[in-house]
Design a protein around this ligand. Structure first.
Ligand code: CP
Ligand code: NVA
Length: 307
């Protein structure tokens, strides 16, 4: 059966942890100079973008190339998709040429249609609902920096968005406690939260969602934030700024967190808005490792889906 990666829990907990081990091994191998592998020689992987991207676009293109496959970067504006060809027809046609397709898009339903109508693995490279590839790199980074996942506590400050959703589900799968502190009216999606809580019942992860930013950061091992206005919400940026200001990841948040807490941000960052320059550029920041780990985690993912 064709496997897809539309949300983090398309993998079960054991598969997720095995993938992280594999990502660590690929990282170590690359650090020793072995970049080029031939696991996916002769394959072609499409990478379709309906929104901008720096990290996802480059890390996936490099990952595909270093695994020996051919990456084909596509923009919906340049495809007939941008002129009204259906998602289903696009899926059927691309399945005849490609071995897998990564997609960055708006509605999660577009990914679901691609998966249902095509015959190749579909990878969610970010939708309005989820950013599961980001969560893989996040878990890899947390484990690397703190030595574990189960029983660690991550506090996410800000918008209950795609990144927050994938962190909740990923944490719930592996036993990482996740607190999301958000302004009134900007909490995570109820269905996603329910799914995360169902996984947490198995793993023992403690999940909480609150508007109390001060209580949320106390003692946290990991502080995480993301932009206040995601792609597609640019018009709301000004209106959101005042409501989100107390949720900034700054020196006050760091002072209340565990002494050795790490700072994460999926990037791109806006210094002085959701994160202070001192926090992102300071000694507790692991954001550049986090960005690098996209490459290793996505290689492990591609090998799990196609290897
Ligand atoms: N974190 C992330 O997905 O970055 P890009 O939007 O640059 O791909
Ligand atoms: N929540 C952000 C993440 C960017 C990587 C967005 O969707 O724009």
């Amino acid at each position: 059966m064709t496997r897809h990666f539309l949300t983090v829990d398309d993998l079960d907990a054991a598969e997720l942890l095995a993938l992280l081990d594999h990502a660590d091994a690929l990282k170590a191998e690359r650090a020793q100079g072995r970049r080029q592998r031939d696991d996916l020689a002769g394959r072609t992987v499409g990478l379709l973008f309906e929104k901008p991207s720096t990290r996802t676009r480059v890390s996936f293109e490099v990952a595909v190339a270093e695994l020996g496959a051919h990456p084909l970067v596509l923009s919906s504006a340049e495809l007939q998709l941008g002129r009204g060809e259906t998602v289903g027809d696009t899926a059927r046609v691309l399945s005849r040429y490609l071995d897998a397709l990564g997609v960055r898009t708006f509605a999660q339903s577009r990914l679901e249609t691609l998966a249902a109508e095509g015959t190749i693995p579909i990878v969610n490279m970010l939708s309005d609902l989820a950013h599961p590839c980001q969560a893989l790199a996040d878990l890899q980074t947390i484990r690397e920096a703190t030595g574990g996942l189960a029983g660690r506590r991550l506090t996410y400050l800000g918008d209950g968005n795609n990144v927050a959703h994938s962190l909740l589900v990923a944490g719930a799968l592996v036993g990482l406690d996740v607190t999301v502190a958000h302004p009134e009216g900007h909490g995570p999606d109820r269905d996603v939260l329910a799914r995360a809580r169902a996984h947490a019942a198995t793993s023992g992860a403690e999940l909480s969602v609150t508007t109390d930013h001060l209580g949320a950061v106390a003692g946290a091992d990991v502080l995480y934030t993301d932009v206040w206005a995601s792609m597609g919400q640019e018009d709301e940026a000004d209106a959101r700024a005042a409501a989100f200001a107390p949720y900034r990841l700054d020196g006050d948040a760091l002072a209340a967190a565990a002494e050795d807490a790490i700072v994460l941000h999926c990037l791109p960052a806006h210094r002085g808005e959701e994160i202070s320059a001192a926090a992102i550029d300071g000694p507790q920041s692991r954001v550049w490792d986090q960005a690098e780990n996209r490459l290793h985690a996505q290689k492990a993912l591609l090998l799990a889906l196609l290897g």
